[in-house]
Design a protein around this ligand. Structure first.
Ligand code: ATP
Length: 130
């Protein structure tokens, strides 16, 4: 099954895989060959694919997944493999987002800072799991 993970900047992954494990807004989903045709939005989180039984995790910053059972395409604003993540940058992004969120009282939310925090935590989860 051909997996393509594409961002506006680059092709992050283009490979023959056994399976792709994505985080949708409704929970985790496993896509293997002959999966029913599907288009679904993705959450921000750690996802993975496997080649010959070996799992490769990556951070995907939301987007859309589509499959026809023969291939899987993920289109996302950003995605990085474990080795591509700059841990210091992610830590700084986390601190910035947390500082923004600290400015709020409990009646307000800041969706932009909340999402930035989720992106940073997703990246940090991958580098600490290395
Ligand atoms: P930052 O505030 O550090 O830019 P961000 O979450 O706002 O973080 P994104 O908008 O998700 O960043 O991504 C912008 C671009 O920078 C994308 O190409 C993404 O892959 C890359 N990127 C962001 N953070 C990192 C990181 N910690 N390591 C490697 N690449 C990163």
């Amino acid at each position: 099954m051909l997996l393509k993970i594409v961002t506006p900047e680059r092709v992050v992954v283009e490979a023959e895989v056994d399976a792709f494990y994505g985080k949708t807004l409704d929970g985790m989903i496993g896509i293997k060959p002959r999966h029913i045709p599907l288009v679904t939005p993705l959450d921000i989180g750690v996802m993975s694919y496997s080649i010959n039984g070996q799992k490769y995790p990556l951070a995907v910053m939301g987007g859309m997944l589509s499959t026809d059972g023969k291939s899987v395409t993920v289109l996302s604003d950003a995605a990085e493999l474990t080795g591509e993540i700059d841990a210091i940058r992610a830590k700084q992004a986390k601190e910035r987002a947390e500082a923004e969120l600290r400015k709020l009282d409990d009646k307000h939310t800041n969706a932009v800072a909340q999402k930035a925090l989720t992106r940073a935590l997703t990246r940090l989860k991958l580098v600490s799991a290395k």
